[in-house]
Design a protein around this ligand. Structure first.
Ligand code: XUL
Ligand code: CO
Length: 436
């Protein structure tokens, strides 16, 4: 059965094209810095948004029909989603997908029933993967939706609930390995607190770390060679989430000896919720050797929640790709953790959303490469710190200087000269010149 009959394949047509079902910038075989665009940009479809989200919000029912001609919450529907998903990805030229366990099949009260369903659907997905060459970017367990996780999963007060979280992780890892996933994600939506009056933060964090350690041990045992990821987010649904931002998550991973197995999955809209730019979170991850994967979406700076919009901001995408190129690429990819706006409720809109996002990142990649090739920004930064290349500066960087020596140096000079200008506006002019 063909669900999206209105389009055969979305192709690159170039900047001047007015065809709504064409790429203007994403030209998968175009080579930039020796690599094809498709290799720079391993795009992934998010199973939950694209095949599941119907536009339900806190004030109203769904507006989009994602039944795919079958009755919801049945295995027939789960299979129809697989069919629709693979048709969609093939037509879009998207080479990866990401999933939560409960995106794939309806969850039963009895975890054994759910697990058997996961075995069945993953067999079916494997067949489709072989047919199309589409791959799995990462898998995860949804440990936030079910009411039993109301006090947390790894951070729950109930040892029994903790075991159920472990069981879900174990199965989600099994399925991720079965599907050859590049990564496995922990997003701690319920790992946090509403009030410190009822929360033992230290105990909860230690327990989360124990669960992650067990996950790593099990994953390695069953042959998972990819990266585990933490996906930081400061809040929503909790008032405070433990994986607040990149710096916090890195500190946590190092404290509990998880930093060799984990990297970060940075989501644009989570960065802005934490009061950071997307670029900031990428830079902090990259300089710590922890930039793993990206949830490529965009928020609305006027709204205080996670709007998961398809990215269209070329400034942001350019600075993102600048960080990714400088970091030497991702071990993960670019997952569109993004959904159509509630009134954009047709199948055509699913295509438009992903076309917009892929073109935005392709343009970001082109512009970031131009920025690096241009060299003026990099040169400026190199020159900015030139005083550390020789003399007293060099001794500081080499770790040879003492505080007394530096003090003698300063006192010998008697007065300091001002450091050079930061030239921000000049550098912003360069950015605009290259963008437009
Ligand atoms: C929630 C979020 C999740 C994770 C996976 O804000 O981003 O969808 O990406 O659980
Ligand atoms: Co996400």
């Amino acid at each position: 059965m063909e669900f999206f009959q209105f389009i055969d394949k979305v192709k690159f047509e170039g900047k001047e094209s007015k065809n709504p079902f064409a790429f203007r910038y994403y030209d998968k075989d175009r080579v930039i810095f020796g690599k094809k665009m498709s290799e720079h940009l391993p795009f992934a479809m998010a199973w939950w948004h694209t095949l599941g989200a119907c536009g339900v919000d806190m004030f109203g029912a769904g507006t989009a029909d994602k039944s795919f001609d079958s009755e919801k919450a049945t295995m027939a529907h789960a299979k129809a989603k697989v069919d629709a998903g693979f048709e969609f990805m093939s037509k879009m030229g998207i080479e990866y997908f990401c999933f939560h366990d409960v995106d794939l099949v309806p969850e039963d009260e009895d975890i054994n029933v759910t697990n058997a369903r996961l075995d069945e659907i993953s067999d079916y997905i494997l067949i489709k993967m072989k047919e199309t060459g589409i791959k799995c970017l990462w898998g995860t367990a949804n440990m936030f939706g079910n009411p039993k996780f109301m006090n947390g999963a790894g951070s729950t007060n109930s040892a029994e609930v903790y075991c159920f979280a472990a069981a879900q992780i174990k199965k989600a890892l099994d399925i991720t390995v079965k599907l050859g996933g590049r990564g496995y994600v922990f997003w701690g939506g319920r790992e946090g607190y509403e009030s410190l009056l009822n929360t033992d933060v230290k105990f909860e964090q230690e327990n989360i770390a124990r669960l992650m350690k067990m996950a790593v041990e099990y994953g390695r045992k069953i042959g998972f060679t990819g990266d585990f990821y933490i996906e930081p987010k400061p809040k929503e649904p909790m008032k405070h989430q433990y994986d607040f931002d990149a710096a916090t998550a890195i500190g946590f991973l190092r404290q509990y000896g998880l930093d060799k197995d984990f990297k970060l999955n940075i989501e644009a809209n989570h960065a802005t919720l934490a009061g950071h730019t997307f670029q900031h979170e990428l830079r902090i991850s990259a300089i710590n050797g922890m930039l793993g994967s990206i949830d490529a979406n965009q928020g609305d700076l006027l709204l205080g929640w996670d709007t998961d919009e398809f990215p269209f901001d070329v400034y942001e995408a350019t600075m993102c790709m600048y960080e990714v190129l400088k970091a030497g690429g991702l071990t993960g990819g670019f997952n569109f953790d993004a959904k159509n706006r509630r009134p954009s409720n047709t199948f055509e809109d699913m295509f438009y959303g992903h076309i917009l996002a892929m073109d935005t990142f392709a343009l970001g990649l082109i512009k970031a490469a131009e920025l690096i090739e241009d060299g003026r920004i990099d040169d400026f930064i190199k020159d900015k710190y030139a005083s550390f290349n020789e003399g007293i500066g060099e001794r500081i960087v080499q770790g040879e200087a003492t505080l007394e020596e530096l003090s003698d140096y300063a006192c010998g000079k008697r007065v300091t000269i001002n450091p050079d200008s930061g030239r921000q506006e000049y550098l912003q002019t360069i950015l605009n010149q290259i963008l437009f």
